[in-house]
Write a protein that binds this ligand. Structure first.
Ligand code: ZN
Length: 359
């Protein structure tokens, strides 16, 4: 064989080898990269699911203004979930294909609206004094702290829904710094990490309040029995961890939600029979919407709402994705301190703020 030919054959051999090796390596590398993407998308889906749950709560407190609708529609587009808003029917459907995660909200005709014009009316509708005979004796026993008088400063109640989360410690640190108390409407999260946070909430004098164990609307509102089972599960879990029997509740989606086929007042009465009072909110931080509001926007929403209300109960979220809430918190607290507010935790004798009342 002539050397030139041999050289050519060797070259072909090398090329074939290279092609074989590359055809093995390239799919392998692609597999690794795609696997990484699958995991990161999985995380994203989890946080979107959590967000989806929380957004309903926030929608209830808003005026369904154009901006909010826009942002919610964007959210629907981003995560592939379909979100239809029909102003005529005032009904939204948000679904991801997972039945347990999809819910329907209709705004009831008497749902509270927050607009500057109707603010006084809303305030009247939202808040009522808790009459001594309105609640069973048991409702008045728990959650100690500063129900005591003397402090004539105007009270403000900051509430954090859907925790604990990876932000809980940061929120608690900030509250401590400003010597402020708050109310945490928690879900049941069965992990060692969160166990410490439930305890810390109690140890630092905040109110540990209930917001359903699962926060899955279809389960929580399936029936009065299912609702009570879920509540008992959470109450027992919290008691086991902290020794505190929680007696304050916030309905997932608020008491004005109409996700539930059953009249929300039936659940409210069932709670009252167990000595539990429920609270909604009359100021929204707006932190449930997506894309996330900036810390500035959250600060503005809270401050402008607080100054309008006689007894401001502020809705915020304690969720991993709500970083701007944590960012806004020091400034919100500074404003409240500068304006001589008593930043207090809810207890069963606090003035009730409820979108829908039992009677
Ligand atoms: Zn919630």
């Amino acid at each position: 064989m002539d050397p030139a030919r041999r050289k050519r054959i060797n070259l072909y051999k090398k090329i074939i080898m290279a092609v074989v090796i590359l055809s093995i390596l390239i799919p392998l590398v692609l597999c690794v990269v795609l696997l990484g993407q699958v995991f990161s998308l999985k995380n994203e889906i989890e946080s979107l699911d959590a967000f989806q749950n929380s957004i309903f709560a926030d929608m209830q407190s808003m005026n369904y203004g154009e901006t909010e609708k826009q942002s919610v529609q964007n959210e629907g587009g981003e995560d592939g979930a379909s979100l239809l808003i029909d102003e005529g029917q005032q009904q939204q459907t948000l679904g991801t294909g997972d039945k347990s995660q999809s819910s329907i909200i209709e705004t009831p005709p008497d749902a509270p609206k927050e607009s500057p014009a109707s603010d006084n009316d809303t305030e009247k509708q939202d808040t009522t004094s808790l009459e001594a005979d309105a609640m069973p004796e048991a409702a008045l026993q728990t959650t100690p702290e500063e129900t005591t008088t003397e402090d004539n400063r105007k009270k403000v109640y900051l509430t954090f829904d859907d925790g604990p989360s990876s932000n809980t410690d940061a929120i608690l640190d900030i509250l401590k710094e400003y010597n402020a108390k708050a109310t945490f409407f928690v879900n049941g999260k069965n992990s060692a990490v969160y166990a410490g946070q439930y305890k810390r909430i109690v140890e630092e004098g905040h109110t540990l309040a209930m917001h359903s164990y699962t926060h899955v609307y279809a389960d929580v509102y399936a029936s009065v029995d299912a609702f009570l089972d879920d509540m008992h599960r959470l109450r027992d879990y919290l008691y086991e961890l902290t020794g505190v029997e929680s007696c304050i509740y916030r309905f997932p989606g608020g008491s004005s939600n109409t996700i539930s086929k059953i009249d929300i007042r039936e659940f409210g009465r069932a709670l009252a029979e167990e000595g539990i009072v429920y609270f909604d909110w009359n100021v929204s931080s707006g932190d449930a919407v997506s894309p996330a509001k900036s810390a500035d926007e959250i600060y503005d929403s809270v401050v402008s709402g607080v100054v309008k209300k006689k007894t401001p109960v502020v809705l915020m979220h304690d969720m991993k994705s709500k970083k701007t809430t944590v960012e806004a918190l020091p400034r919100i607290l500074q404003f409240l301190v500068d304006n001589d507010y008593n930043i207090a935790a809810l207890d069963s004798s606090s003035e009730l703020v409820q979108h829908r009342k039992i009677d």
